[in-house]
Write a protein that binds this ligand. Structure first.
Ligand SMILES: [Zn+2]
Length: 317
C-alpha cells in the first residue's frame, strides 16, 4: 500500500469539500445513501477525544436543568408564563437534583452508519489519530493520519525473526515473532518487504506507482500520504523469504507462505486489509501480502465477521 502527494488538510470546510470530492475513479456502486450517511458523520467533526468517537462534542444541554431549577423559587409569577405553576406539574422528585449527567445521555455519540462511506478520495483526519489508537485508527481513501504521526517505539523487523531493515512498532513484536516462528515450523518461511513508512516516504512510494502505472491505477494499489496503514508502524507487507516482492506472484496467497498467512495470521492479531473481491468495501485492489496488526481480540472479531477490516473498524469509530 502506499502513498499520497497531496498535503494533508484538516477537514473543516467539510461541506464544501464534500461537494467537490468527486471520486475520480470510484464511481463504484455506492448510491446516495452512503453519501448521505457520510455527511452526517462528517458534520459532527471534529472527533471527540479518544474515548468519545466521532462527534462527542457535548451538545448544549437542551434543558439546562441546573440553571433552571433555581428559578423555580424567586421568579415572580406572571413573567413566567410558560409554567404558571411550576411546582405542581414540574417536580416529580421534590428537590429534583439537577440532572447533572444529562449531557452525555442527551447527546449520544452519533452512531456511524452501518457501512463505511462509499469509495471516494478526500483528506479527512481519521477519527482516532492518536498513537495509542493504533488498533482502531481508520485509514482509507478518505480518512488519514496527520503528517506528524510517527511512532516512537520502532524496532527492526529482525527482532521478530524476519529479515532486517524494516521498522515496526515494538507493540507488534511478541505476536509477530510468534507468528513467524509458527509459520516457519509449518514450513512457511516468511519475509518482509515493507514495514513502517513515514508520511514523506509514503508520498514517494505513491508517486513511484503513479509513474509506473498512472494516477488512476496507483490509487487502486497505493495510498496517498497519510492514508497508508504503513504509517501506523503496525502493518507489514509479507512475502516468501528469499523470493521476489509478493506482488510479483500471480497470487501470493496461493504460495505456501501466503496461504499460511491467510489461514492463520488472525490468530496472532494480524488481518488482511484488502481481501480479494472487496474493492467496493476497501477501495483498494486485492493485496494478499498486506497485513495490519490490530491485536488478537479485534483480529478474532474481524475474522469471525467475515468482513473486510475496514467495515469492522468503521463500526467502532
Ligand atoms: Zn502494504
Amino acid at each position: 500500500m502506499a502513498v499520497a502527494t497531496r498535503t494533508f488538510r484538516r477537514p473543516q470546510p467539510v461541506l464544501g469539500r464534500l461537494a467537490m470530492a468527486i471520486p475520480v475513479v470510484l464511481a463504484v456502486a455506492l448510491g446516495t445513501a452512503g453519501g448521505t450517511l457520510l455527511s452526517g458523520a462528517l458534520l459532527s467533526w471534529p472527533p471527540g477525544p479518544e474515548t468519545g468517537g466521532p462527534g462527542t462534542t457535548p451538545l448544549p444541554t437542551p434543558d439546562a436543568s441546573p440553571t433552571d431549577a433555581p428559578t423555580l423559587q424567586p421568579s415572580p409569577d406572571p413573567t413566567r408564563s410558560p409554567r404558571p405553576t411550576p411546582d405542581a406539574t414540574r417536580r416529580p422528585t421534590p428537590d429534583a437534583t439537577p440532572i447533572p449527567t444529562q449531557p452525555p445521555t442527551v447527546a449520544p455519540t452519533p452512531v456511524p452508519p452501518a457501512d463505511p462511506p462509499a469509495c471516494r478520495y478526500d483528506d479527512l483526519l481519521t477519527f482516532h489519530p492518536g498513537l495509542d489508537s493504533w488498533r482502531k485508527s481508520l485509514l482509507d481513501t478518505i480518512y488519514a493520519l496527520p503528517g506528524s504521526y510517527a511512532p516512537y517505539d520502532l524496532v527492526d523487523s529482525s527482532s521478530a525473526g524476519l529479515n532486517r531493515g524494516y521498522p515496526i512498532r515494538a507493540i507488534v513484536l511478541d505476536d509477530l515473532a510468534a507468528l513467524v516462528a509458527d509459520a516457519r515450523a509449518a514450513g512457511a518461511k516468511l519475509g518482509v518487504v515493507s514495514g513502517y513508512r513515514s508520511h514523506a516516504q509514503q508520498a514517494v512510494t505513491f508517486q513511484h506507482w503513479v509513474e509506473v502505472a498512472g494516477y488512476e491505477a496507483a490509487l487502486r494499489t497505493s495510498a496517498r500520504a497519510g492514508h497508508s496503514e504503513h504509517q501506523l508502524g503496525t502493518t507489514l507487507d509479507f512475502t516468501t523469504d528469499g523470493g521476489p516482492a509478493p506482488w510479483e506472484y500471480a497470487d501470493w496467497a496461493t504460495t505456501r507462505e501466503g496461504a499460511w498467512m491467510a489461514a492463520n495470521a488472525w490468530r496472532y492479531g494480524f488481518v488482511m486489509s484488502y481481501p480479494r473481491d472487496a474493492f467496493a468495501q476497501t477501495c483498494y485492489d486485492y493485496e494478499p501480502w498486506h497485513y495490519r496488526y490490530v491485536g488478537r481480540e479485534l483480529a478474532h472479531r474481524i475474522q469471525s465477521s467475515g468482513l473486510p477490516p475496514r467495515l469492522v473498524l468503521w463500526g467502532i469509530q
